[in-house]
Structure formats: C-alpha cells, structure tokens
Design a protein around this ligand. Structure first.
Ligand code: AMP
Ligand code: GLY
Length: 433
C-alpha cells in the first residue's frame, strides 16, 4: 500500500519512519517532509501543502491511507476534503479539530460535559480582560485563542506579566496567532484567562475511530526552553515514554473522567471524533487528572519516543483506526523507556535562526534514532537548519536514566551554530525514583 503522511516536523518523520517498517507498505510519501525524510531511502518527499492538491495527489497516486500530522491542515478541513472525495484518511474533521483550534470551543465543551479542567473566561475586549485580572489575581494563565503552535500561553506568576500578555495577545498579536471564529462568527483576537493549576503534567494520547478507542503509551513533554523547567514555553524541548506520573489509578481516571466522556460528548453533539486525541493532563498531588488542553493530533516531540516503543505494525493500526475497527487489534509496546531530546535553533522560540549546516549526524541504531524537524537537504547533500526545533535525538534504555544517557551520548557529535538543547530531559521521572 502507498501511504501519505502530511506534515514536516519530527512527529511526521517518526510516523513515516514507523509506517515504513510495515511489511504492507509499498511507499511512504511525506508532504512536504524535511531533510530527514529526504535522506531516508524508504520515504519520499512531495512538495505539496495545499489541501486540494494533496487530495489530487492522493487520487492520482492511488494512496491507500493518508495520515495527518499537524493541527493546521486538520483545522483547515483536510479530512473533510479527503472524505468528500472518498479517500481513506485518519484524522478529525475540521469541526472536531475545534477541540484544539479554538480554546473557547474546547473549554465550553468541557464545561458542558463535566470534564475536569481549570475555570476560565474568554475576552475579546482588553479593558474587560484587565479588569478581570485585577479581580482574580496571580498566579493566572493567559492564552491566545487560536493556533499558536504551543507558544500562545503565558503562565503569569505576577499580575504585571498577565496584563502584558493580554495586551500583546489582543492588541499586537506578536506571535501571529491564527484567529478563529467565535460564537458570534467573527475571527477576532480573543484571550482565555484561566485558573492556575498546580501539579505534574503528562500527555495522554489515544486513537479514536468513531466507535472504539486505543490508548497509546503515556509520555511527558518538557514545555519550557531551559533546564529545570525555566524560561519561556515552547512547542516542547524533549519527551519520554512511559510517564511514571500516570500510575494505573491516574490512567483509569483519565480514561473514565476525560477521554471516554469527551468522545461520547462529541458524538452526542453531532461531531463524532476520529483521529488522534491528545489530552494534556495536569495531575494534582492526590492523583486527580485535569485537562489543560486537547490537541487533535499527536504531540511533538511525544510521538518520537512513543513510536520508538511501538512494536505493533503502525500501518495496520492506522488502517483499523481509519476503518473503525480498532476493537480488532491490541497495541504492543517495547518494555524499555524511550527518551527524546530536542535540539533547537539559536533564537528559538521567538526568532529561530535558519540556514546553518548540521554536522555529525549519527547513523540509525537499533536503540537510537535522530528524527528531523526543521531541516532541509541541500543540493550538495548537506543538511541545513530551517526551523525552530531542528532535531529530536531519541534513544531506548532499560530505565529513564539509561535512555537519557544513551540519547545524550548519541547526540554528542551533532553540531550547528548556536544549537540549544536541554540537558535534563526526564528529570522528574529520575527524581521520583
Ligand atoms: P497549553 O497550550 O494550553 O497546553 O499550555 C501550555 C503550557 O502552559 C502547559 O503545558 C502548561 O505547562 C501551562 N499551562 C497551561 N494552562 C495552565 C493552567 N491552567 N495552570 C497551570 N499551567 C498551565
Ligand atoms: N508537545 C506538545 C504538543 O505537541 O502540543
């Protein structure tokens, strides 16, 4: 079977890499792909990003399955377009993707269906937002409503920070957030101001086929730029799987109180959910998970360690997921821990530097792999940086510490100008032991 993976990040490299291991696969196309997918003999990049052109390509090439990596094409309706043309695709429709693309939609949804999350209020008027902040005080969380690639969130420890965040989100839109239509139909800047939740985060990702659900291995991301979880929020600086904070008890609660009611609620609201569903959990000291956010896709960089541990044939799994027969399979996992360290460009997250030559990339090993994200393959065969998060160096080990050691050792020879990487990925799990 020919497969099409849409996207260009580390997540899509990991998906395509894993799908290519299937005995059923004839060719894996990645649109548009990156330097890493260009280098891999089993993958082929296709320089298309327009949704209708992607559907044309899938039709012309007789693609048997298309999988969508990032949120932007999902929010733009790629699944709707593919389905309307009778093409097999795995992902949520545009309507279902609102769980991620509109914070206001997802918060209203959670409130309506009794899904545990932080208290919140939505504002488009800056004066009202400022007045609300004065009333509730800090710490407080201010979020831009719309797609901001994980960067439109300010966890403000002081009121001054919160006021500043409201101003730049509502008035300046420095991050270039894509605004989405609200209840009034207008796509204007909006902020969600929400209660600060204390606890430890984990990523809880499932596959939903409209009727059944399969749970992926748990993971934990590291959202802050710097060691010790300091510095600004990023798309994610590293992740490992499994996450010990998700004990069997937390796992059961996450399913019963969050995932299953969400899928049932979407079906009840007439927007059945298909695709990856990612619940970002905040787990309090009593082991109660609350939903920080939903993503309508897999996490990046969580996908890299998760798929490194997946022993099942991913193509087979995704076909079942697209066909509504997930009840016929069971996922098999490597018992080892996988840990991925993101190597980011100088200036990330605000203004990443591009065009630097990357040297010292190691060859794939049984227990380690460099997934590419913001890279391109130059005509001379050199690999160049082309985005904020450049690589995710991922390794397996018998413990978090051993996977961490292996990942950093494997990363050792890699170099480009101004590269940034945290040195402490996995620290919470190591400390917990
Ligand atoms: P989000 O994109 O909504 O997941 O937010 C990005 C990050 O901001 C999360 O991973 C958390 O680390 C932090 N965050 C978001 N909302 C809250 C909250 N209500 N309380 C505490 N931290 C939060
Ligand atoms: N790593 C967090 C995300 O993909 O949203």
């Amino acid at each position: 079977m020919k497969v099409l993976v849409i996207g260009s990040g580390g997540r899509e490299h990991a998906m395509a890499w894993k799908i290519a291991q299937s005995s059923k696969v004839q060719m894996v196309y990645v649109a548009p792909g990156n330097g890493g997918t260009a280098l891999d003999q089993r993958l082929q990049n296709v320089a298309i990003t327009d949704i209708n052109q992607l559907a044309d390509f899938a039709q012309d090439e007789k693609i048997g399955l298309t999988v969508v990596g990032p949120e932007a094409p999902l929010a733009a309706g790629v699944v709707n377009v593919f389905r309307a043309r009778g093409l097999r695709v795995f992902g949520p429709t545009k309507e279902a993707a609102q769980l991620e693309s509109s914070k206001a939609f997802s918060k209203d949804f959670m409130q309506r269906h009794g899904i545990p999350t932080a208290l919140y209020q939505t504002f488009s008027d800056a004066a009202l937002a400022h007045a609300h902040l004065e009333k509730v005080g800090a710490p407080i969380v201010v979020k831009a409503d719309g797609l901001a690639a994980g960067k439109g969130v300010v966890v403000a420890t002081t009121l001054a920070e919160a006021h500043e965040a409201v101003d730049w989100m509502l008035l300046d839109n420095k991050l270039g957030v894509q605004h989405v239509a609200g209840a009034d139909g207008a796509a204007v800047p909006r902020v969600v101001i929400e209660e600060f939740l204390d606890g430890e985060e984990a990523s809880f990702i499932v596959l939903a086929d409209g009727k059944n659900v399969s749970v992926l291995a748990t993971s934990q991301d590291h959202k802050r730029l710097l060691d010790g979880d300091a510095g600004p929020n990023t798309g994610g600086m590293g992740a490992y799987s499994p996450a010990p904070v998700v004990t069997p008890n937390v796992h059961a609660k996450a399913m019963q109180e969050i995932i299953l009611p969400t899928l049932a609620g979407m079906a009840k609201d007439g927007i059945p959910y298909t695709g990856f569903l990612y619940a970002g959990l905040m787990i309090d000291s009593h082991g109660n998970p609350r939903t920080l956010e939903f993503n309508c896709r897999m996490g990046d960089p969580e996908t890299q360690p998760i798929f490194m541990r997946l022993k099942s044939d991913l193509l087979e799994v995704l076909i079942h997921a697209a066909d509504g027969t997930l009840d016929q399979i069971e996922l098999q996992w490597d018992r080892r821990v996988a840990l991925g360290v993101v190597v980011a460009a100088a200036g990330y997250p605000l203004d990443p530097k591009k065009g630097d030559v990357i040297t010292g990339l190691p060859a794939e090993a049984e227990d380690a792999m460099v997934f590419h994200a913001g890279t391109t393959l130059g005509k001379d065969g050199k690999v160049l940086t082309s985005g904020g998060r450049v690589l995710c160096v991922t390794a397996l080990g018998d413990s978090v510490r051993m996977a961490q050691q292996r990942a950093y050792e494997y990363m050792n020879g890699i170099h480009f100008d101004g590269m940034q990487a945290r040195r402490d990925i996995g620290w919470r799990a190591i400390k917990a032991r």
